[in-house]
Design a protein around this ligand. Structure first.
Ligand SMILES: NC(=O)C1=CN([C@@H]2O[C@H](COP(=O)(O)OP(=O)(O)OC[C@H]3O[C@@H](n4cnc5c(N)ncnc54)[C@H](OP(=O)(O)O)[C@@H]3O)[C@@H](O)[C@H]2O)C=CC1
Ligand SMILES: O=C([O-])CC(=O)C(=O)O
Length: 440
């Protein structure tokens, strides 16, 4: 590939220059989606950048016709350019590129999340990223629209974007997999039907992660019912540590912190140690026994314990549904914020004495919760992507009873998807047709 060193080695300028000049190239590449562009190794610390003259762009290789282009993950537009990385002082200190795969990438949550990730908000200003976006036949065109917006955003840290509809392609070498895509429950659909339908998606995606993702990929399942989808996914990915799978309950934690702050008349950064226990459903348990406001137990600050047990608890369990009634669609922006929070909690050391909630695999948990579930619990991280469960937690009868109810629900969901987890024949005896937060 011919590359020319620009006289002004300003990284920002270079990116702007490229993008404004390359719209026609981008179009050209779109109209030749069948062509395969052979990427050069992604290098760091070299002092050359891509230039704008057509000859300076890597020439497309001869078309390879062996694979159906629809099933192949392809780089998108300006992200198909290969160039040696710029030699700005800034980029010399950049870390190694990380691969982030996102399913449901054309959906509403992703539409917020992708831009947060690309901005550097989660991994910091020295962490370049590659986004690998999974869509479907039905969403492929919308996915191109998403990728076009990413192009137009000129994010310096966003080095690669590829889109595709085959998880075996898209999840290749993924170090993070954010599994957002799932079918919403339609009118008249039983919860068992939803578990089965979405479960099939997570069987396939678990198998694909197992086959092609990084062996230490961190997986966050958002698509509902997220706890049981995460269980299905991890059971179908036996070569990836079960500990690496999370189901998102950070939105519930954030909601609970906000409502406690409101009641106590403090700003929400004063609320800490907030655990959500159990399922991301209306049986979830926002734990006001162990949470703190200004470092004090919540029950010492909010004396109205009846409010905590009844109004507060129910308002968190059902907040997603209330929001849907007002908005006409489910929480997307705040969910994206909470996914970013959940990721940051794993890559940043947890502040001393505090913790965060995540639904993780119960395997030797210290709380007596049934093993082999994905259950939201209090976690701490050293910032290395891993976590440990918090040990010094108090329980009382109220908390135990509520946790047991959510546990029973998850055990029933597990029996209902046994055919998808390799654990025998499914028996759907869901105790009551409890709801996702958004179904109320
Ligand atoms: N855990 C949590 O805290 C929260 C979870 N959620 C859940 O996140 C998920 C995504 O929400 P959101 O982005 O708002 O939803 P959208 O409807 O905007 O996007 C969902 C995506 O799921 C994909 N999908 C997969 N299979 C189907 C199917 N059979 N029918 C229709 N779409 C399908 C679609 O992408 P494609 O066609 O590319 O496959 C679609 O783009 C939902 O399951 C929602 O319930 C939402 C809020 C909070
Ligand atoms: O059910 C949904 O899609 C919405 C949801 O999970 C929530 O808002 O917590």
């Amino acid at each position: 590939m011919a590359v020319t060193e620009l006289s002004t080695p300003s990284y920002t300028k270079t990116r702007l220059f490229q993008s404004s000049q390359l719209s026609c190239l981008s179009t050209h590449l779109h109209s030749h989606r069948r062509l395969t562009f052979r990427p050069l190794p992604h290098t760091r610390n070299s002092r050359i950048c891509c230039s704008v003259a057509p000859k300076q762009v890597q020439a497309p290789a001869a078309p390879e016709q062996t694979q159906d282009p629809k099933s192949k993950a392809e780089c998108f537009g300006v992200f198909c350019l290969t160039y040696d990385l710029i030699a700005e002082e800034e980029t010399k200190s950049w870390k190694k590129l990380i691969n982030i795969a996102v399913s449901g990438a054309a959906g509403m949550i992703s539409n917020h999340l992708l831009f947060k990730l690309a901005s550097g908000e989660v991994f910091g200003p020295d962490q370049p990223i590659a986004l690998k976006l999974l869509g479907s036949e039905r969403s492929l065109q919308a996915l191109e629209g998403v990728a076009m917006e990413l192009e137009d955003s000129l994010f310096p840290l966003l080095r690669e974007v590829s889109i595709g509809i085959d998880p075996y392609e898209v999840f290749q070498d993924a170090e993070w997999a954010l599994l957002i895509g799932a079918k919403p429950r339609g009118p008249g659909m039983e919860r068992a039907g939803l578990l089965d339908l979405n479960g099939q998606i997570f069987v396939e995606q678990g198998k694909a992660l197992n086959a092609v993702a990084s062996r230490n990929v961190k997986v966050i399942v958002v698509g509902n019912p997220c706890n049981t989808n995460a269980l299905i996914c991890l059971k179908n990915a036996p070569n990836i540590p079960a500990k690496n799978f999370h189901a998102l309950t950070r939105l519930d934690e954030n909601r609970a912190k906000c409502q406690l702050a409101l009641k106590a008349g403090v700003f929400y950064d004063k609320v800490s140690n907030m655990t959500i226990w159990g399922n991301h459903s209306t049986t979830q348990v926002p734990d006001f026994l162990n949470a703190r406001i200004n470092g004090l137990p919540v029950k010492e600050v909010i004396k109205d314990h009846k409010w905590l047990e009844e109004e507060f608890t129910e308002s968190i369990q059902k907040r997603g549904g209330v929001l849907i009634k007002k908005w006409g669609r489910s929480s997307a922006a705040s969910t994206a914020v909470s996914i970013a929070d959940a990721m940051k909690s794993l890559v940043t050391p947890t502040p001393e004495g505090d913790w965060f909630s995540s639904a993780v695999y119960t395997n030797g948990n210290p709380y007596g919760i049934a093993e082999d579930l994905v259950f939201s619990m209090p976690c701490r991280s050293k910032g290395d992507g891993d976590y440990e469960l918090v040990k010094d937690i108090q329980f009382d009868d109220y908390l135990r009873k509520r946790i047991t109810k959510s546990e029973a629900e998850l055990l029933a969901e597990k029996r209902c998807v046994a055919h998808l987890t390799g654990q025998g024949i499914a028996v759907c005896d869901l105790p009551e047709d409890t709801m996702l937060p958004g179904e109320m």
